[in-house]
Design a protein around this ligand. Structure first.
Ligand code: HEC
Length: 197
């Protein structure tokens, strides 16, 4: 009888190990992972916090992909720990990661008669705040064609100047994320130029 009681923790331990063995951690990781200077693609970003979606926004980076096609959607996600810190402080802590993904716009499919819905992934970009690693505090990465890792986009790219100049909070476009812009306003973290609009 006593032996059975001993078996319970062992079985429980094995079950726990078994769940973790396939490689993916059970909860999404908020931490960027590097191999040398290459950032690994955050595979679980769709489990992060969704900030907003744009439809056919045109300002530069990925909108040039397919000029003849329907206006694409973009979706923005941020790591959960950074989101919670933003709710408290109105700005982004070190190690914040944001993802911008672009998806094609579909209009005919299944029972849909009108309007648009999102289709396949066209582009996936990451923005990371790491004040020790990057001059200027932030770096951008593009994970083209499902790449599993990426080096930082060079600082001369327009990503850096447009975000620094026009982003309403720190390096980011909080003016387009309706729930966060209110928090930034309350906490007084909106840049004066954004507040004036
Ligand atoms: C001319 C201005 C401009 C340039 C250049 C630009 N972006 Fe952006 N970016 C925006 C705007 C506006 C948004 C927010 C709206 C949206 O698309 O949802 C945004 C949002 C983002 C986000 C989501 C987080 C945030 O900052 O709000 C990422 C990630 C991003 N861009 C990556 C890039 C990368 C990578 C490049 C360069 C290859 C780039 N951007 C170049 C204007 C720009």
């Amino acid at each position: 009888m006593q032996k059975i009681w001993l078996l319970i923790p062992i079985v429980a331990l094995c079950a726990g190990l078994d769940l973790r063995l396939p490689g993916q951690p059970l909860s999404p990781s908020d931490q960027p992972r590097f191999t040398g200077d290459r950032l690994e693609r955050p595979g679980d970003y769709r489990e992060w916090v969704w900030l907003s979606s744009g439809l056919g926004m045109s300002y530069g980076p990925t909108s040039r992909a397919d000029p003849g096609a329907e206006a694409p959607f973009d979706n923005v996600f941020v790591t959960p720990a950074a989101y919670r810190a933003f709710l408290r402080t109105g700005t982004w802590p070190d190690q914040t990661m944001l993802v911008l993904e672009q998806r094609v716009s579909e209009s005919r499919g299944s029972i849909n008669q009108q309007g648009h819905y999102q289709g396949e992934l066209r582009a996936m970009e990451v923005e990371l705040k790491d004040q020790r690693r990057f001059a200027g505090g932030w770096a951008f990465f593009s994970f083209e064609r499902g790449a599993s890792s990426a080096v930082p986009i060079p600082r001369s790219a327009s990503c850096y100047s447009c975000h620094a100049q026009h982003g309403a909070v720190d390096n980011t476009f909080v003016q387009f994320y309706p729930t966060l812009v209110e928090i930034a306003r309350q906490k007084g973290t909106l840049k004066p130029a954004a507040e004036a609009r």
